[in-house]
Design a protein around this ligand. Structure first.
Ligand code: GTP
Ligand code: MG
Ligand code: ZN
Length: 311
């Protein structure tokens, strides 16, 4: 009877905020068994960005019961670094995944950025790198900025250096995000919510200073939430993460998730080449002649070591 379709804008654990096609907001929950096609054993069955079919439970109070989730175009999963079996669907139906990184206050490591990029590659979601707080950079940091811009642009990624608090610095990014749904991720305190407040006039998401004594963010945003941009497009703000744990895959797959290696590896002599020290390895050759960044390659080797061989 009163079955409606809607989009999940926020998830707070057991309740979801769902917007129906007419723009009305519902407080929805799952009751009984939910029909799910995909077989992902995640800690959350429904994620922000999901399209759901729901029944009205109490019309006056806008309470609804979610019946089914529509097939997802894609989704992105984060694995708990402490428990590999704990998978969390960060968001679904994305056009892009954006990582906000900072060189200072707090510092983001290139390892973190690389693991984020690998995850986006594994789910075939275009990745965007934003380097925020470039107003805080001292001379040595400037070098780091130039270096990141070079290695990630060479690898094939878009890099946007910005100052989230200065609107004129975000114009190219505004253009890029127009009309698409983008996930924002990154450590706590890098300025995800600050940037969203700039992208959406009138928005006032809570933001908080990075703690002086630890140099770390204070986990101000606690639940993922989606927002509409005035000129079309959606942004999903997420709580800051310490680590972007990698999903399970085989050692042989890893190089595919580095676009610059993917381009070279077809020329390796052996098709099961792991690009460590095999003869006739085109990836190693590209590292030697600096077509592939030594640091990206080092990142590859470090991550390769963490993947367990499943015989
Ligand atoms: N100097 C400077 N400070 C910034 C910039 N962008 C954000 N900040 C500050 O950084 C602090 C943290 O920003 P938030 O937007 O709360 O960070 P967040 O990424 O949303 O953090 P969580 O919600 O904890 O994940 C705030 O005090 C901001 O004012 C910037 O470009 N330059
Ligand atoms: Mg935040
Ligand atoms: Zn090779």
């Amino acid at each position: 009877m009163s079955e409606l379709k809607g989009l999940v804008y926020k998830s707070t654990g057991s309740w979801y905020i769902v917007r129906d096609d007419a723009g009305k907001l519902w407080n929805a929950r799952i009751k009984g068994k939910l029909k799910i096609d995909e077989d992902i054993s995640s800690t959350n069955p429904i994620a922000v960005g999901d399209t759901v079919i729901f029944d009205i439970e109490e019309k006056e109070e806008n309470i609804a019961t979610i019946k089914t989730i529509a097939a997802r175009n894609n989704y992105i999963v984060r694995v708990s670094p402490h428990n590999r079996n704990q998978k969390h669907i960060v968001a679904a139906n994305l056009n892009a995944a954006l990582v906000v990184a900072t060189i200072a206050e707090p510092r983001t490591s290139s390892g973190f950025i690389d693991r984020f990029l690998i995850t986006a590659e594994a789910y075939h979601i275009p990745a965007i790198i934003v380097i925020n707080k470039i107003d805080l950079l001292k001379a040595k940091h400037q070098e780091q900025l130039a270096y990141w811009q070079k290695i990630y642009t060479d690898a094939g990624y878009e890099v946007y250096p910005i100052v989230a608090l200065q609107p004129e610095t975000i114009t190219p990014l505004v253009q890029r995000l127009k009309g698409i749904t983008t996930l924002f991720s990154g450590h706590s305190g890098v300025g995800k919510s600050t940037l969203i407040n700039q992208l959406i006039p009138g928005m006032s998401l809570r933001t908080q200073e990075v703690s002086g004594w630890s140099g770390k963010g204070q986990h101000t945003t606690t639940f993922a939430e989606m927002f509409d941009m005035p000129e079309g497009g959606k942004i999903i703000d997420t709580p800051g993460v310490k680590e972007f744990g990698l999903i399970d895959f085989e050692k042989e797959e890893l190089a595919q998730y580095f676009p610059e290696m993917r381009r070279e590896m077809q020329h390796c002599r052996f098709n099961n080449c792991l690009h460590i020290n095999e003869p006739g390895c085109a990836v190693k050759e590209a590292v030697n002649n600096e077509t592939i960044s030594i640091d990206r390659y080092a990142s590859y080797m470090t991550i390769l070591d963490t993947i367990e061989k499943k015989w």
